[in-house]
Design a protein around this ligand. Structure first.
Ligand code: NAP
Length: 217
């Protein structure tokens, strides 16, 4: 697929490398063309202006800091409908790292993306795991539903079935499995999970040990 990244940081480079190795074509855009050029070079992709991204990509991954969400979406023409019909995967962590609390008082980063990008099919995904934790599809080759200790399960949500399917396939290419939790109104819960994880880590524990081990029957 043609995957466009809106954002030029560490997460773009980490995911872009794995998806490029899986055969996807990568486009990178952000507020800084220099940073877009560096990130694109790191993944073997192409740097493009933000306003061109929607016309080139089949899937758009939003990978910017919370503070940059609105300005970068504006650069991509989102408020004018440029992302209408596109699958837009929002990976934003809108968490206050000191307290673990979500910065938006209500709603979610993903719902903000949807409101700023009319017509886009927004999916919340991939915000919980470090980008560098992805190793590619071989990680899932021997996995079954009870092998959660070995496979990163990515809880996702969104309103469009086709976009959830596309996102699930891209997660498999990263080496994970998608668990679809519902429509986009579930995004706040998914985003708050990041704050929970951070607080467990801050308390001195591995968050993997801080959820119940529930085996499928
Ligand atoms: N790194 C991970 O492993 C990881 C994992 C899961 C989710 N995430 C999420 O993915 C997003 C990106 O993370 P990252 O690690 O790539 O961060 P990063 O390396 O710090 O890069 C941040 C990106 O956001 C842009 N940005 C920051 N403030 C902006 C502003 N005010 N206006 C416009 N653009 C702005 C930066 O643009 P400039 O280059 O111009 O500064 C850069 O492209 C974050 O929401 C993060 O929580 C990251």
């Amino acid at each position: 697929m043609k995957i466009g990244f809106l954002g030029t940081g560490n997460f773009t480079v980490a995911l872009g490398k794995v998806w490029a190795a899986a055969g996807h074509q990568i486009f990178v855009a952000g507020r800084s063309s220099d940073n877009a050029t560096k990130a694109a070079a790191a993944v073997g992709g192409t740097a493009v202006p933000p306003a061109s991204l929607a016309g080139l990509a089949e899937v758009l991954v939003v990978a910017v800091a919370w503070e940059g969400l609105e300005p970068v979406l504006a650069l991509a023409g989102a408020p004018g409908g440029a992302l209408a019909g596109l699958t837009v995967i929002d990976c934003t962590n809108a968490v206050d790292y000191g307290t673990g609390r979500l910065k938006p008082e209500t709603g979610s980063a993903a719902e903000l993306v949807a409101s700023l990008a009319p017509g886009a099919h927004v999916v919340k995904a991939l915000h919980l795991f470090a980008g560098t934790s992805w190793r590619g599809r071989s990680a899932t080759d021997s996995a079954d539903g009870n092998s959660a200790a070995d496979v990163q399960v990515v809880a996702i949500c969104g309103d469009d079935a086709g976009s959830l399917a596309i996102t699930s396939a891209l997660i498999e290419d990263l080496g994970g499995k998608a668990a679809i939790l519902g429509d986009l109104s579930a995004a706040r819960q998914l985003e708050e999970a990041a704050g929970y994880v951070m607080r467990v880590v801050a308390a001195g524990f591995n968050p993997r040990s801080a959820v119940p081990d529930v085996r499928r029957g």
